[in-house]
Ligand binder design. Structure first.
Ligand code: ATP
Length: 300
């Protein structure tokens, strides 16, 4: 468990974290989404105590906080941050790195071989890290955190530089770790991918975390159904709003209009489709609101 209590952090005049209070539980995958330079890494640094907030505190299980060096040592057995590619030692092999992490976190040495197998690293793990490609280095960084096996895992851009097959492999491992009860907090720009496995997703804006369900009601539960229409005129939007009072009409920066209805009113969709066709609009699709839509709506 992590509880963020009224976390504030400013760099000079800039409030990067503005009174953030949120609780995350074991067995949850949490997604953090925002444009570059918004504060995702800063928030993770606060959770690790690499950056001290100006006010507020981070609470872990049994009421542990970063109140002393001894507590920090205890907390760092519970939480880890995925290493960065620049943390790798080029003269050591991948297996050496995994052994170091296993020793540092006193985890089960069997995890080394099972992780190598799960991530398909067998063909390169005994070679020196200096000879690896970007994607091979990224998989090693991920593997190191998996071997550390902490209850809470923070991952900043875990999918960086990975091809689609490796994105799928790592997504699968994330799901397994969640099933084991790990809490995983992921900052990512791969929105379609994040949406597949994250239990809760937050967008970061003006130093605050905003849950996606607070932006579009029912987003996570898929209780809403949507018609996406391109280039809808303001008159047409008004006509639809009058004809279908329960309809929610939202237009994104890319001129995509979302006509959203509760699923229980889905029979109206057929009627709406005929209505659109009668108005000469044929460029529309049915589907749910995606994280990409929300991103465009929020940061456009
Ligand atoms: N040590 C620092 N001193 C001054 N400003 C900082 C410092 N660290 C971060 N910032 C500023 O705080 C803001 C948030 O930075 P942060 O690295 O948390 O963003 P981010 O959302 O993780 O971005 P990215 O997606 O690019 O990794 C930025 O404006 C950055 O310039």
């Amino acid at each position: 468990m992590i509880e963020l209590q009224n976390i504030q952090l400013s760099f000079g005049e800039k409030k990067v974290l503005n009174d953030i209070s949120e609780t995350f539980q074991q067995g949850e995958i949490i997604g953090l989404v925002a444009p570059n330079g918004t504060g995702k890494s800063t928030l993770m640094n606060v959770m690790m105590n690499y950056a001290a907030p100006n006010s507020g505190k981070v609470l872990f299980k049994n009421g542990l906080t970063y109140s002393s060096k001894a507590n920090e040592v205890k907390i760092h057995q519970l939480i880890s941050m995925m290493p960065d590619q620049s943390d790798l030692y080029n003269h050591l092999s991948g297996r050496d790195h995994l052994k170091i992490y296993c020793t540092m976190w006193k985890s089960d040495p069997k995890l080394i071989d099972t992780t190598i197998e799960a991530l398909n690293m067998g063909h390169y793990v005994n070679k020196k890290a200096g000879t690896y490609s970007l994607g091979m280095r990224q998989r090693l960084c991920f593997a190191m955190q998996i071997v550390a096996n902490t209850e809470i895992m923070l991952m900043d851009e875990v999918m960086n530089g990975l091809d689609p097959i490796n994105v799928e492999i790592i997504s699968g491992v994330l799901m397994e770790k969640k099933a084991e009860g790990k809490m995983i907090i992921i900052a990512s720009h791969l929105l379609d991918n994040l949406e597949k496995y994250a239990d809760r997703i937050f967008l970061f804006k003006d130093g605050k975390l905003i849950g996606v369900d607070d932006i579009v009601e029912g987003f996570s539960g898929s209780t809403m159904t949507t018609v996406r229409v391109r280039n809808m005129s303001d008159d047409m939007k008004a006509t639809f709003q009058t004809s279908y009072p329960k309809l929610k009409v939202q237009t994104l920066v890319n001129d995509m209009t979302l006509l959203t209805l509760d699923k229980k009113d889905a029979e109206t969709l057929g009627e709406m489709a005929i209505h659109l066709a009668e108005l000469g609009i044929n460029d529309f699709t049915f589907g749910k609101v995606t994280l990409n839509d929300l991103y465009a709506m929020y940061y456009g």
